[in-house]
Design a protein around this ligand. Structure first.
Ligand SMILES: O=c1ccn([C@@H]2O[C@H](COP(=O)(O)OP(=O)(O)O[C@H]3O[C@H](CO)[C@@H](O)[C@H](O)[C@H]3O)[C@@H](O)[C@H]2O)c(=O)[nH]1
Ligand SMILES: O=C(O)[C@H](O)COP(=O)(O)O
Length: 599
């Protein structure tokens, strides 16, 4: 069974070591966080010998590796051993986190003031003892770079129970600007409890709350007063008084000048990265992880689910045969992974349907399915109606113009759905070559993805900004989830489904899988311009629904295409309209055909 993936918030954690005794609390925290540990021995001798010789260095590394039980690296500093030489080395090697222990590192080696005023990277100070068991972590948050760093660090602790505590002044009912970024993302973490409390004495309230905690993680003050060490009085009091272990963090990001007022919201705009990075680490897979097809079949049988593959096609006679034979042979005939494969044709005028029928799979013309609801053009219409004609509990779609077809395009999508019950929807991603004349360039494909879809996602749905190929035609999901969502009829369908799955089931219900490389028929620029126009409409519709604003009715839905012939330009106007179908579950004929579906 595949183990869930871990979010490793810091790839490299630097820990200075004084003499031969290791800072155990710092090491315990680093071990919990995963990632590489880089030790900086501050006394360049070991058993009385210089460590600079390769032999001594190896000896020291292996002794520490033995005692830490992890792969550690050692960074030997030049002769001078104080803060300036450590700082210089950190500056050139820039770890993701410098981890220091109180009092271990501050007994004559460094001063808190020099460390706080000139650390070139993110910093965490730990005051032990390290909890003996995985327990409760309290995470008081106020917003801003240090709070974001504490959240990132806390989310790297996997077996603890996390509680984020947002303290507001008793008179303040509104969320402060700097906290907005965090307020937006905190409800999305399934493994974190989020509560708000009113208090005019934050240090006191946190101290009381920390009585139930085994570990307290707190950000340094955004604006420490000159009398305090630079951590701020709240963090300093908690370091001295809390009964549990305390971690204080200070981000390398500068704290903006304007902590209040309308501009202050911008302070929290980077918080979204914590959510996206965690999702990306935990929900991104590679198809090779699911290449054991017998394991997938066993999972499918255990869960007692059936699986359908629906293939949308419009004039794909060159590739459709290869696509069907490849997946049918590998995933239906050699192993019983797929229960059905159907072709959803958009009324092709070439041999597409004939080829599919010859290969023994059911063929539907989507315009003829549920004709009482009309016959719209478009790929989304084919997908919507494929929900009606197929039976599987899980549905996968792959495009039929794939030139380099491989069974992983299907089993890769199925992998996360069969392994993880919380996953509702899986998108494929890949490297995208592009054909230029007779040549194939290794990169440069996905023009609509990069120039339309991803910029819009980053702007309006930043939670989804880690989705590598939001428009990929290779994806799938659980019928229970898909039948409850509307479908755009045209090329807006991928955009709409991705946003709706996110809005209805949350980011953690989405996974993505590396399918390596996909070569398809690259459409001419004008066709992609039309596709972008449809995708823009899909975005506007989703934003309308989110913000309850009528915009789409007002905007122009015709597009001028520019022609250049015989030295002259001309304009051709065409209507390019994206429309939405209601969730399939609202269609009475669907409920009749799928009696297990419940509205
Ligand atoms: O009316 C149509 C149009 C297309 N297709 C099929 O849909 C698939 C994808 O269409 P294509 O025109 O090749 O789209 P791409 O240029 O590849 O566009 C990308 O971006 C689109 C918009 O998100 C997605 O629908 C595609 O799957 C994705 O590959 C192919 O199998 C087509 O045969 C239909 O079934 N009906
Ligand atoms: O997914 C896309 O962005 C469009 O299908 C265009 O892809 P292409 O630039 O690889 O043709």
């Amino acid at each position: 069974m595949l183990t869930p993936k871990r979010f490793i918030p810091f790839r490299r954690i630097a820990i200075p070591v004084i003499g031969q005794t290791l800072p155990q609390n710092a090491l315990n925290l680093a071990r919990e966080l995963g990632g590489d540990i880089v030790l900086y021995p501050l006394t360049p001798s070991f058993h009385g010998e210089k460590v600079n010789s390769p032999r001594q260095k190896r000896k020291q590394v292996s002794k520490w590796q033995e005692s830490i039980g992890l792969n550690v690296r050692i960074q030997v500093l030049p002769e001078s051993e104080g803060w300036p030489s450590l700082r210089q080395s950190l500056e050139s090697n820039l770890p993701d986190l410098l981890l220091l222990e109180i009092p271990y590192h501050f007994q004559g080696t460094f001063t808190l003031h020099e460390v706080l005023s000139s650390t070139p990277c993110n910093l965490a100070l730990i005051r032990g003892p390290w909890p003996e068991h995985y327990g409760n972590v309290l995470l008081p948050l106020r917003g801003g770079p240090h709070a974001e760093l504490s959240l990132r660090l806390a989310l790297g602790l996997h077996d603890f129970r996390l509680t984020a505590l947002h303290l507001v002044g008793p008179e303040r009912s509104q969320i402060e600007g700097p906290f907005r970024g965090l307020a937006r993302i905190l409800p999305s973490f399934r493994d974190l409890t989020y509560k708000t409390a009113a208090s005019d004495q934050p240090a006191q309230t946190i101290l009381e709350e920390s009585r139930q905690a085994d570990l307290l993680i707190i950000g340094a003050a955004a604006r420490p007063t000159p009398e305090t060490s630079g951590l701020g009085s709240t963090a300093e009091n908690l370091l001295n008084q809390a009964a549990c272990s305390v971690v204080v963090v200070k981000s390398a990001q500068p704290v903006p000048e304007l902590w209040s007022g309308p501009e202050s919201e911008r302070i929290g705009y980077k918080a979204i990265s914590v959510l996206v990075d965690k999702w990306f680490a935990e929900n991104t897979f590679h198809a090779d992880e699911f290449a054991d097809l017998h394991e997938l079949v066993t999972l499918k049988e255990k869960q007692n689910v059936t699986i359908s593959l629906a293939l949308p096609a419009l004039n794909e006679e060159e590739t459709v045969g290869q696509v069907i034979s490849c997946v049918k042979s590998a995933l239906m005939e050699q192993v019983p992974l797929l229960d059905e494969i159907v072709l959803m044709d958009s009324n092709s005028t070439d041999r597409t349907r004939e080829i599919a029928a010859e290969l023994g799979i059911p063929v539907f013309i989507h315009q003829e399915v549920l004709p009482q609801y009309g016959a719209r053009r478009g790929k989304g219409e084919a997908l919507w109606k494929s929900l009606y004609v197929t039976k599987g509990d899980i549905i996968v779609w792959i495009d039929t113009d794939i030139v380099n077809i491989h069974p992983r395009f299907v089993y890769g999508i199925l992998g996360p759905l069969l392994h993880f019950p919380q996953i509702q929807f899986v998108k494929g991603f890949y490297r995208r070559p592009i054909r230029e004349g007779e040549k194939i360039q290794a990169t440069g494909g996905g023009r609509v993805t990069e120039l339309t879809a991803r910029p819009l996602i980053n702007m309006f749905y930043p939670e989804l900004s880690g989705v590598i190929q939001p428009l990929s035609g290779e994806y799938g999901g659980r019928r229970r989830a898909l039948e409850r969502l509307p479908f755009f009829s045209g090329y807006g369908v991928e955009t709409g489904l991705l946003i709706d799955v996110f809005e209805h089931y949350g980011l953690s219900s989405i996974a993505q899988v590396d399918l390596q490389e996909r070569i398809h028929h690259n459409q001419p620029l004008e066709a992609l311009s039309r596709m972008s126009f449809l995708i823009l409409q899909a975005f506007i519709r989703k934003l309308e629904q989110r913000y309850h604003l009528p915009i789409l009715e007002e905007v122009n839905k015709s597009m001028k295409f520019i022609r250049y012939e015989e030295g002259r330009y001309s304009l051709l106007v065409q209507e390019v309209v994206e429309q939405e179908r209601p969730p399939m579950i609202e269609i009475p004929e669907y409920l009749e055909k799928h009696p297990h579906a419940r509205p």
